[in-house]
Design a protein around this ligand. Structure first.
Ligand code: NAD
Ligand code: DAU
Length: 330
């Protein structure tokens, strides 16, 4: 089988390509990535020599290129997106272009060649939850995005589903929670914290720090996509979440400081993110019951591994760090 992976030079896409090439020695992967600020071929150094892997630098909005690549593939796994909320607040236009129009361009090609389209989406499309409740998002939760990023992802989900209902395109969708692990850009919360501490700086906590995410180790996400590609039902959505229960950003900062042997006075409370979603939690019963998936990497242990990975891979993140910080001084 040949998979066309979009956005494979990003955080989750690069982890997925490595996972897939190792697990399925008969399969080939074509990686289509525009190499925006978030795309980094250094994340794929160890696979670039493989005869089963090819990289094409190009934009998912380029209909001709996309058509040629989709024709060659058996399935499309669509990661490419603008993914950072803080950037979407500063400059939402590119999120609409890439996440909505880019997905549409790919769907047109998938329809033309009748190829299975797997869409990677986010739990943020469901809005946010109250603190101190047991509520969790499920596949039946109504869409209620609250930020330009999540609205653009919600738009893309709707179009994917519309192509299934209207044109009979074979599709699956996964909506997952916050990923963490190696190769995540240092503009995101956990790597930003770790790299700031390595640099002797402070850990920046937005607002009161009592915001909650449902942290998922990136390899568990790759396993979930694998389960859906292998056994998922055409037309279905599956939610994917982690093992944490209501760990606040402040608690995570304290854990990271402890792991790195740094005192709590390195915490700096900074201005809150406008429209900051309070809490996400994912009920992953459906993918567990129907496809046998569940997260296997505990947050506590893999947070330590992630800290160690950044401590040992400064040459990977250092060139990205300055650029990551530049958005916070705009
Ligand atoms: P990322 O920002 O690390 O990577 C995105 C990749 O897409 C980059 O390699 C970039 O160069 C590429 N890209 C951007 N615009 C493109 C375009 N127009 N054409 C071709 N390539 C383009 O993102 P990520 O964190 O790896 O997220 C991957 C996907 O998973 C996204 O769709 C995101 O919405 C979704 N998601 C992410 C998380 C998370 O916690 N990171 C959680 C849920 C869902
Ligand atoms: O829920 C899934 C989503 O998770 C994905 O769809 C997005 O692509 C991904 O970026 C992530 O979105 P968040 O906005 O939740 O991730 P981020 O790492 O930016 O922030 C995580 C939490 O930490 C959030 O509550 C904001 C807070 N934060 C973030 C940064 C960068 C801080 O307190 N300080 C920071 O410096």
């Amino acid at each position: 089988m040949t998979l066309l992976v979009t956005g494979g030079a990003g955080f989750i896409g690069s982890n997925f390509i490595r996972y897939w090439l190792e697990k399925y020695p008969e399969d080939d992967i074509i990686n289509l990535d525009a190499l925006t600020y978030a795309g980094n071929l250094a994340s794929l150094k160890d696979v670039e020599q493989s005869s089963r892997y090819s990289f094409i630098q190009g934009n998912i909005l380029d209909a001709d290129l996309v058509g040629d690549l989709v024709e060659k593939a058996d399935k499309i796994v669509h990661f490419a997106a603008e993914s950072h909320n803080d950037r979407a607040i500063l400059d939402p236009g590119i999120f609409i272009e890439t996440n909505i129009k880019g997905t549409f361009t790919l769907l047109e090609a998938a329809k033309k060649y009748n190829k299975h389209f797997h869409h990677i989406s986010t739990d943020e499309v469901f809005g946010h939850l109250e603190l101190g409740t047991d509520d969790a998002f499920s596949e039946t939760t109504p869409y209620a995005p609250r930020s330009p990023y999540s609205a653009s992802k919600a738009g893309s989900d709707h179009i994917v589903r519309a192509y299934h209902e209207t044109y009979g395109l074979p599709i699956t969708i996964t909506n997952c929670s916050n990923n963490f692990g190696p190769y995540q850009h240092p503009e995101k919360f956990i790597p930003r914290m770790i790299t700031d501490i390595i640099d002797g700086g402070t850990v920046k906590i937005y607002g009161d720090g009592l915001y909650v995410r449902d942290w998922l180790y990136v390899l568990d996400h790759c396993r979930a996509i694998d389960a859906v590609l292998s056994k998922g039902k055409n037309g279905e959505t599956y939610l994917v979440g982690g093992m944490t229960s209501d760990v606040s950003n402040k608690d995570i900062a304290l854990k990271v400081l402890e792991i790195m042997g740094v005192s709590e006075d390195k915490i700096a409370y900074v201005a809150d993110r406008p429209g900051h979603d309070r809490r996400y939690a994912v009920d992953w019963t459906k993918i567990h019951n129907e496809l046998g998936w569940q997260p296997e990497h505990s947050f506590e242990e893999w947070l330590k591994e992630t800290v160690a990975w950044y401590q040992n891979h400064e040459s990977w993140w250092r060139p990205l760090k300055e650029r990551a910080e530049s958005i916070y001084t705009k």
